[in-house]
Design a protein around this ligand. Structure first.
Ligand code: FAD
Length: 352
């Protein structure tokens, strides 16, 4: 026997920061909504990050609407655990109706409503906000020989700290913040080689995520005003949080060009140079976790769902939050999630 579907005006899928920011604005709009989250506990992806991860912005620039993230004891950049604590408190403080663990398997069209099928029953909703993040779809690029490597391969998502790397030869792949922070940590205990597909761009010490957010805001405003955003320069990618600075100062942040193939004992470049290694750490990013939306058949050739703001172009009852700039400028950051969520909820409350 199956339970009858439950009806609600808005279903939010995902109870990470993007889902909570949506919840905050839905609450203020007095909407009838639930948030369905696959995790057993609050915190979204932050609960799975490695212990030494530091946010690239200070707490006051890493906050959701309504409540500032407290600065960590002793100051500095908040850790993943600080972020989990903040999101847990946020959820409680605003009494957000998060139902967990509930994994959404599929969203389908069903007459005037969208039907949300979960491992704990079915919901019918006028509007669905998908805010499922990217952590759940780690991306590893394909290189010839990747399946033959005799050592250990792991992705950022599977990195839990330096303990198992002591004295090893480790290749770290990727030019972003994750690679730089993991390299900084591993280079203190292992022989590390950093490879990137283009020279890494380290930000000056005084520039952090706040400046990156200000830049994203200027780009957003230029686009809204119908002006070109191309003249607004790129500052770089890697924030020099203290651990990264320290690694840079001891000369550990020297990058090599990307290898071209993988051999059983290590990696190889096109000029015939080889390097033996025990492990390859792929800090090569993530893709949006959109599998539950497959029945709606909305994906474009690039794998993303075309949107106008957060609203799916071919399914106006679906909004997408977080994920990346394509679903709202800086909407996949703590500070940017609120702005996108506010605009999405304003539109949803007008959409009838
Ligand atoms: P998530 O945190 O992934 O939350 C999504 C939630 O949806 C999860 O609880 C998940 O279990 C749930 N879910 C997924 N699929 C389903 C389903 N089918 N049914 C039900 N629930 C589901 N941003 C910053 O602002 N500052 C930083 O310093 C920063 N550092 C970062 C460092 C790393 C290594 C990474 C990867 C990202 C970083 N980001 C940072 C970016 C961003 O803030 C995080 O990725 C953040 O976790 C995104 O939040 P989210 O709510 O979009 O997704």
């Amino acid at each position: 026997m199956t339970d009858a579907p439950r009806a609600v005006d808005v279903v939010v899928i995902g109870g990470g920061q993007a889902g909570l920011a949506a919840g905050y604005h839905l609450r203020r709009a007095k909407a009838d909504f639930v948030i369905l989250d696959a995790q057993h506990e609050p915190g979204g992806a932050w609960r799975h990050a490695w212990p030494s991860l530091r946010l690239f912005s200070p707490a006051q620039y890493s906050s959701l609407p309504g409540r500032m993230m407290p600065s960590p004891p002793g100051g500095g950049y908040p850790s993943a655990a600080d972020t989990v604590a903040y999101l847990s408190d946020y959820e409680r403080r605003y009494a957000l109706p998060v139902i967990r663990p509930t994994k959404v398997r599929a969203v389908r069209r069903s007459g005037a409503r969208l039907q949300v099928e979960t491992d704990a029953g079915t919901w019918r909703a006028r509007i669905v906000i998908s805010a499922t993040g990217t952590w759940w779809r780690p991306y590893v690029p394909h290189y010839p020989g990747i399946g033959d490597f005799a050592g250990r391969q792991l992705h950022t998502a599977g990195y839990h700290g330096p303990e198992t790397f002591h004295g090893k030869n480790v290749v770290i792949v990727g030019g972003g913040n994750s690679a730089a922070q993991i390299l900084a940590e591993l280079s203190a205990v292992a022989a590390t080689t950093w490879v990137t597909s283009r020279p890494p761009r380290l930000l000056p010490d005084e520039v952090d995520g706040q400046a990156l957010f200000d830049l994203a805001t200027r780009r957003h405003q230029a686009t809204l005003a119908g002006e070109s955003a191309t003249g607004i320069g790129n500052l770089g990618d890697i924030v020099a949080v203290p651990a990264v600075r320290e690694a840079r100062d001891r000369g550990a942040l020297k990058a090599e060009p990307m290898f071209t193939r993988i051999i059983p004992e290590g990696v190889a470049w096109s000029d015939g140079t080889t390097l033996a290694c025990d492990a390859i750490v792929w800090c090569t990013g993530f893709r949006p976790a959109l599998g539950h939306l497959a029945p709606l058949r909305l994906r474009g050739a690039d794998g993303l769902i075309p949107t106008d703001g957060t609203r799916a172009l071919d399914e106006p009852r679906l909004h997408l939050l977080g994920y990346g700039d394509w679903s709202g400028p800086a909407s996949a950051t703590l500070i940017g999630a609120g702005r996108t969520a506010k605009a999405a909820v304003a539109e949803i409350m007008k959409q009838r």
